[in-house]
Design a protein around this ligand. Structure first.
Ligand code: PEP
Ligand code: MG
Length: 755
């Protein structure tokens, strides 16, 4: 059965369009179940009617003609009850409805199963036979499994089909696809497919026009990578144990050796352009290494892949991406990365659409930081087909409209204007404190990570930086940045904000932030080797970063250091001891630094329950609500399949955050929040009432949060918190905060939606 299922799903996936996909389904399912008839009825979302869309066995003329409401007929019964209906004498059932155009009077037995995709009814799959015998258990099980498998494929194929039709017929009807709002705001622009980057798996083949030029380009790439690798080896020589240094020698041997380069030359001569020739060669080598008996040699496969990626990055830099982005870019991609986003000039980047990921993927966080609307997790949308299409991105509702009709476009352009007006109004709050009507104040910090964010934050005014994510420069390079390099990056942020405090977070890679040159191979990366766990295991990497941070602060003295993913008290102690060691080393070298404030992120549930112990040992705590919600709710923050379950307003999350605030208060240490919850204007009153010292958010959110704080009183906020902590569902909390905003005339564009 598995094999049959697999074969059918593969055939459907390969179909050219949706109609062909349906035709394949009905033919092959009829064949697999030895049924006389197999039909697919699809539910029209707007009218809740089922329409016969494909059939094997019924009169083909009936396709598209037969249409019935969900409370009519047996097919309607299946859709209505959302479970299968299995009958030996369909025509005797009270719900039987006869459509003469189908010619189905000959068929007596009926088995219908619903096609459901993420709780949404898509339609009904029916098989019929001309005998009077119920389908047996095995047949029912097969059809149910088939329908469940087909649901996803069909949802995808339907969107693909609609997408093709919406331009072909110029129907003027926009195709709307729902995902998850990743960054609020709306944008109108043109789809632009992200470049493939240095992804060896996806390099397309292209015929080679000038083999000599391709060979020269490849030679230049080899030379460049050879230089990179020797430089890296030199730099790491002092810090790495001898065994690890060998890695660089192995790389150099591979580059200098004959087998890799001569195979690439051979492939170029066979007619492929250099990047594809490289892809073929690397795949060949990886296969060979992976098949080896010796474990050490098997491991070399990952080195080959790494060399391949480095060569490809160099090659692509040489070959370049010669497509000029349109004026208003809506960047589209399967799983967008920070560097793909960085490739678009900021003034042209209007919106982001990512097939994968969710509101808490780094790409969404980046989009929020840049104030660019984003929709994530549009799983059913073949994003590569959006290149060059007119698009609307609605980050509030998590919707993408493809080829919108003029009226809709105009509506969104209007919305964009309203947004701009609100933003202009809020600009007046720039220099003012975040103080409630009854005089309570809290600090509003910004989250930074990219150079572009610094200027924006300075423009709007803030209390400093509550979270500077340091991993982006690590992610955008093809090697670890050195101490000098890092120090100058950190100096930039520290001096831009001095004398305001700047919280530099130590490296938080692993999880959803893998480094291409330092793969962790975790089966379950979010529960694996990430954040402080990794840096404590690699003191050479950690100390380099700490030294760079401390050196960058000389004379500015506004450095605060923060550790991610703290799970045990000993980790915080160990990390703090390494900070002391780095300071002592620098002092020995004549670089005298002021002792920085040192704090921990509370983002692992264990840390909530040890917040007091952690706070006692450190200077401050900061709640990382993105990860905290992920771990408390057991919802992968990047998995769009479960994204609807990810909710910062879940009562458990609110209570955990409140608990941390209380723990800090007990031992007299300040607690702040730096996850995206801190930038949610509707939640600000609750966090204020918890007694947070500060909220750190992307700069795009800061004035909205300030607006709310300045409009309410601390007394009202405390009342809201008491009620919120008594709520039992996220929906109750959402209603509570939204109606409080409405009461203060603050609704509209800042409501707490489902991001
Ligand atoms: C968090 O987890 O809330 C956080 C701020 O860190 P990051 O999003 O970088 O993991
Ligand atoms: Mg985190």
């Amino acid at each position: 059965m598995l094999e049959t299922l697999h074969r059918i799903v593969q055939a459907v996936n390969a179909a050219a369009d949706f109609d062909e996909a349906l035709a394949i389904i009905v033919d092959q399912v009829a064949d697999a179940t030895a049924a006389d008839v197999c039909s697919v009825y699809l539910l029209e979302e707007d009218t809740q009617h089922l329409r016969l869309m494909a059939t094997h066995g019924l009169n083909p003329e009936a396709v598209g003609q037969v249409r019935l409401s969900v409370d009519e007929g047996l097919v309607g019964l299946v859709a209505q009850r959302e479970e299968s209906v299995n009958l030996e004498n369909a025509d005797r059932h009270p719900r039987f409805r006869y459509f003469p155009e189908t010619g189905e009077e000959r068929f007596h037995s009926f088995l219908g199963v619903p096609i459901i995709h993420y709780q949404a009814r898509l339609g009904v799959l029916v098989v019929q036979r001309n005998t009077r015998a119920r389908f047996n258990d095995g047949e029912v099980a097969f059809l149910v499994t088939m329908a469940a498998q087909l649901a996803g494929v069909m949802a995808h194929a339907r969107v693909r089909g609609d997408l093709a039709r919406s331009t072909m017929e110029a129907s003027g009807r926009a195709l709307a696809v729902t995902g998850i709002g990743g960054s609020s705001g709306v944008a109108v622009g043109e789809g632009f497919a992200a470049s493939a980057g240095a992804d060896l798996e996806t390099v397309p083949d292209r015929p080679v026009r000038n083999a000599t030029a391709e060979l020269a380009a490849f030679q230049a790439a080899v030379e460049a990578v050879r230089n990179d690798v020797s430089e890296l080896g030199e730099r790491m020589r002092a810090q790495l144990p001898e065994g690890e240094q060998l890695l660089f020698d192995v790389y150099l041997q591979m580059l200098d050796g004959d087998s890799l380069t001569s195979r690439v030359y051979h492939q170029i001569e066979a007619g492929h352009w250099a990047p594809f020739a490289l892809r073929l060669t690397i795949a060949e080598h990886v296969r060979r290494f992976e098949a080896m008996d010796d474990a050490y040699l098997r491991e070399r496969a990952s080195d080959v892949r790494d060399i391949g990626r480095r060569l490809l990055a160099r090659l692509m830099a040489v070959e370049g991406d010669d497509r000029a982005p349109p004026e208003q870019v809506i960047l589209v991609g399967e799983e967008l990365s920070a560097s793909q986003l960085a490739e678009i000039p900021p003034e042209q980047l209007a919106g982001v659409v990512s097939a994968g990921g969710s509101a808490n993927s780094h790409i969404a966080i980046l989009a929020r930081a840049l104030g660019v609307p984003a929709v994530m997790g549009v799983r059913d949308l073949p994003v590569h087909r959006l290149h060059g299409r007119a698009l609307i991105v609605d980050g509030y509702r998590g919707r993408v409209e493809v080829d919108p009709a003029e009226a809709l476009r105009a509506e969104y352009v209007g919305l964009q204007q309203e947004e701009a007006e609100l933003t202009a109004e809020l600009a007046a709050l720039s220099g003012l404190p975040a103080r409630t009507t009854d005089g309570a104040e809290l600090n509003l910090y910004v989250n930074t990570g990219l150079a572009a964010e610094i200027n924006r934050a300075l423009e709007i005014g803030c209390a400093g930086v509550g979270l500077h994510r340091t991993e982006f420069p690590f992610m955008m390079r093809d090697r670890f940045p050195g101490e000098e390099e890092q120090a100058s990056l950190y100096r930039e942020v520290l001096s831009a904000f001095a004398p305001l405090p700047v919280t530099l977070r130590t490296l938080d890679v692993g999880g959803d932030k893998p480094l291409p040159y330092f793969p962790t191979h975790d089966e379950n990366p979010f529960l694996g080797w990430r954040g402080l766990r990794m840096t404590l295991d690699h003191p050479e990497i950690f100390l380099t970063q700490l030294r760079a941070m401390l050196r960058a602060s000389v004379g500015l003295d506004n450095l605060r250091l923060m550790f991610p993913m703290v799970t045990r008290v000993e980790e915080a102690e160990q990390a703090a001891a390494l900070v002391a060691r780095a300071r002592a080393e620098l002092a020995e070298e004549g670089v005298v630094t002021a002792p920085p404030q040192v704090g921990a992120m509370v983002e692992v549930p264990a840390a909530v329950y040890q917040a007091e112990s952690l706070a006692r040992r450190l200077d401050f705590l900061s709640v990382g609500s993105n990860d905290l919600a992920q771990y408390l709710l057991a919802v992968d923050r990047n998995n769009s399949r479960v994204a609807s379950l990810y909710d910062e307003l879940h009562p458990a999350v609110l209570r955990a955050v409140n608990e941390v605030a209380e723990a800090g208060r007990r031992v007299g240490r300040p607690v702040s929040v730096c996850g995206s919850m801190a930038g949610e204007p509707a939640v600000a009153p609750l966090l204020l009432a918890m007694g947070m010292e500060g909220l750190s958010m992307s700069s795009g959110r800061l004035l909205r949060v300030k607006w709310v704080i300045r409009t309410i009183s601390a007394a009202d906020a405390r009342g809201m918190l008491t009620e919120a902590l008594a709520c039992e569902t996220p929906q109750q909390v959402r209603q509570l905060v939204n109606s409080a905003l409405d009461d203060h005339g603050l609704g509209g564009l800042i409501r707490a939606g489902r991001r």
